[in-house]
Design a protein around this ligand. Structure first.
Ligand code: FMN
Length: 343
């Protein structure tokens, strides 16, 4: 059982780094054109990316999107990510803590990382299936053990069916999230894993008190492919997956659909963010924080230095974008229209 889990997590990393799992052609970032300002009348060095989230100030609106945890390889990967996050003052969302619900030893990974990176602000992570199946107290304990500043619940119907086939039951999902929100002292966030969250579900989640929704749209890592490619070549799952290659809504489409909420409620964006220019587009559409997964995983396989280099490039690209838009502070994006839609 333990080996199955470890193998599955290792396969996830290997496949997330493969071209087959990357659906960048469908990302739709090209449909948003930022309005170049040829005379911005600001100093490049006056541009600040500082971002306030959950009463903390981070150096950037970028954050490390939830990734792998709970197996042998993940320890070194998560340590490199955490050390880089601490050094750069980035917020770090961690991967699913599901294993900790049944195996108390699994939490050791985080205890060791905490010792070496005591100042990092973490976001806990658990799937909707666990939120449905376990008492709220058990889920909240995961965040408490990590000393997390918030907790992410990931919604992943397409991934779950391609992983477990018929044993998937999302009944009572919204009610379970509501129960957790009511019992939690820290903000509860909800995300997808790369297929997007529609505006009507965003509204339902806001209505039950979810602090922020991360639309986590299509256009980056495709978790249906990652799960399907783990099956045998002649399996139904592997033969079925190509029909779902463009399933879901892109991160850009989700943000466009959420325009009526972005001013009054924190909406986060992730899924297919591959440059700081993509970030600028999401901020222009009202997102408050931007998650990056696969590019940071790729760097973390290598070293902490490689992770910091990727972080620097994303932040620099965002700064250059802001200079050429005449924007000095990330909050200004919420009040200036600096984009056009190109059909
Ligand atoms: C190796 C890997 C592991 C992941 N594990 C989790 C997870 O445990 N929980 C979760 O909510 N999302 C997980 N994700 C999904 C990401 O948080 C993100 O939603 C998705 O990969 C799309 O972002 P990207 O295009 O930048 O990769 C994982 C992503 C990667 C690449």
């Amino acid at each position: 059982m333990k080996n199955d889990f470890e193998q599955r997590k290792k396969d996830h990393i290997r496949l997330a780094l493969s071209e087959q799992s990357q659906q960048l052609a469908d990302s739709q970032f090209a449909k948003i054109k930022l309005s170049h300002n040829a005379l911005p009348e600001i100093r490049f060095n006056d541009i600040h990316l500082q971002t306030q989230l959950f009463d903390f100030t981070f150096s950037t609106p970028h954050f490390i999107s939830s990734m792998t945890a709970g197996h042998e390889d993940s320890k070194s990967i998560n340590l490199r990510l955490a050390l880089a996050a601490q050094e750069k003052n980035w917020l770090m969302a961690i991967g699913s803590q599901r294993k900790e619900l049944t195996d108390p030893d699994a939490a050791h990974e985080w205890k060791e990382i905490r010792k070496l990176a005591p100042d990092v602000r973490f976001i806990s992570n658990v799937g909707i299936l666990e939120v449905i199946q376990y008492p709220a107290e058990a889920i909240l304990k995961l965040a408490e053990n990590l000393d997390a500043v918030a907790l992410y619940i990931h919604l992943n119907p397409l991934q779950e069916v391609f992983q477990k086939n018929s044993h998937v039951d999302f009944t009572h999902g919204l009610k379970s999230i509501e129960t957790l929100v009511k019992k939690s002292k820290i903000p509860i966030l909800v995300k997808e894993v790369g297929f997007g969250i529609s505006a009507d579900l965003v509204k339902k989640l806001i209505d039950i008190g979810v602090y922020a929704v991360d639309v986590a749209g299509h256009g980056g890592t495709h978790w249906g492919y990652i799960e399907a490619l783990r099956h045998e070549d002649d399996s139904t799952e592997k033969m079925a997956i190509s029909a779902f290659s463009d399933w879901g809504s892109s991160t850009i489409d989700c943000l466009l659909q959420c325009q009526e909420y972005v001013l009054f409620h924190p909406i986060f964006a992730s899924g297919g963010i591959r440059s700081g220019v993509d970030t600028a587009k999401c901020l222009a559409l009202g997102a408050r924080a931007i998650g990056i997964a696969q590019p940071l995983m790729k760097a973390a396989i290598d070293s902490e230095i490689a992770v910091m280099k990727v972080m620097d490039v994303f932040d620099y690209q965002l700064k250059v974008s802001m200079f050429c838009l005449g924007i000095k502070r990330t909050e200004e994006f919420l009040h200036k229209k600096v984009w056009q839609y190109q059909a």
